[in-house]
Design a protein around this ligand. Structure first.
Ligand code: NAP
Ligand code: ZN
Length: 347
């Protein structure tokens, strides 16, 4: 199947137009014409090989929404013309205990990412900065026509990555929850935690984001660079979700957890952290992590968003502005997710 998109050819060059081939759709596959694709900070980490092992050429993008243009003969959930979304995962073994439990990102054979990955047959996968994608029905999600489609795109990664841990740790009323970093993930975490009824505190390094954080659902905003402001919250949080993309001091957040509190990492800076042993034994604290979410859970999240009218706050941009968008994400200047407009792909 012919595809056209934007690719990184190596870790230093800007992304450029790129013609490539995807596999022909099989009986269980869905073909989606891509209308919009979000820009996740993971796209930048991988395009620039910050985690190591990047495979080029690489068409990034795993926050994909569009319309179904073809279906294989065994496809049951979709028909041509339906709205559909593809996230971070496009293949797992579906045989292991984790897959069977609906925890596909933790597949013991290894989950295959939407891009920068090879599938079980060795074919290089390419992502959503492109005109189309083919994926098995199991990894394609239904999207409600009620919501603004461009603003739904970020739900496929930023949405599910924050929804899943908040659900896993049973966040609800009478809990004090912290969200660290007001970027793409952080602003969705804030919306979900507050919609689940938690008392929600947003930690930011950007003083100019305080009013936005309150509008997005924060009960309180803390400037994390101010030690006195941080100290006021010592030992008081049930749960903190760390959505930061760059190295920072985790101990400052561990110290804010109450008895049996959990600090959960979803941000993926490229270097290891230092954790103080006393910071973790005090209050019997837990330090945890979480990776995107399962396929059924992703559909539940999308349905929840349709019911509650939750979408991402986006800046819709043309493909010509990709380099500028990457630079602004790196400067924490994103309000609060860039989404590429498919109509501008061919200039
Ligand atoms: P983003 O939009 O760039 O947001 C990151 C935020 O972190 C920034 O807006 C900023 O918020 C804060 N920040 C940046 N540099 C900082 C620093 N040096 N010190 C303290 N805070 C800093 O990124 P994103 O797309 O939300 O992704 C966040 C991270 O999650 C990335 O590392 C990404 O790869 C990872 N991720 C993980 C998963 C998963 O499955 N676990 C899924 C998707 C993404 P303030 O301005 O408010 O301080
Ligand atoms: Zn992502």
């Amino acid at each position: 199947m012919k595809s056209f998109g934007y690719a990184a050819q190596d870790k230093t060059s800007p992304l450029t137009p790129f013609h490539f081939e995807r596999r022909e759709p099989g009986p269980k596959d869905v073909v989606v014409a891509i209308d919009y694709c979000g820009i996740c900070h993971s796209d930048i980490h991988q395009a620039r090989d910050e985690w190591g092992g990047s495979i080029y050429p690489m068409v990034p993008g795993h926050e994909i929404v569009g319309r179904v243009t073809a279906i294989g003969k065994e496809v049951e959930k979709f028909k041509v013309g339906d709205l559909a979304g593809v996230g971070v995962t496009v293949q797992t073994c579906m045989q292991c205990d984790n897959c069977k439990a609906g925890a596909e990102p933790y597949c013991t054979k290894g989950m295959v990412g939407t891009y920068n990955a090879k599938d079980y047959d060795g074919e290089l996968m390419q992502g959503g900065y492109a005109d189309n994608i083919v994926a098995p029905e199991h990894y394609v999600h239904s999207i409600s026509p009620k919501l603004n489609l461009a603003a739904v795109a970020p739900l496929l990664c930023a949405g599910i990555t924050t929804y899943s841990p908040l659900k896993h740790w049973k966040i609800g009323p009478n809990m004090k929850v912290g969200i660290v970093g007001l970027g793409g993930l952080g602003h969705m975490g804030l919306k979900f935690a507050s919609s689940f009824g938690a008392y929600t505190v947003l930690f930011t390094t950007s003083a100019d984001k305080q009013n936005d954080a309150l509008k997005l659902g924060a009960n309180e905003v803390v400037l994390s660079k101010d030690p006195a402001h941080m100290a006021k919250h010592t030992g008081s949080f049930d749960f903190i979700l760390d959505c930061v993309s760059a190295p920072h001091d985790l101990n400052a957040y561990l110290n804010l957890l109450r008895l049996d509190g959990t600090l959960c990492l979803v941000g993926l800076p490229e270097t290891p952290f230092t954790v103080s042993p006393f910071g973790i034994i005090t209050n019997r604290r837990s330090f945890a992590g979480s990776m995107i979410g399962g396929m059924e859970e992703t559909q539940q999240m999308l349905d929840y968003c349709a019911e509650k009218n939750i979408v991402s706050d986006i800046e819709l941009i043309s493909y010509a502005r990709l380099p500028e968008a990457y630079e602004r994400v790196l400067k924490s200047d994103v309000k609060y997710r860039f989404v590429l407009d498919g109509k501008t792909l061919r200039g």
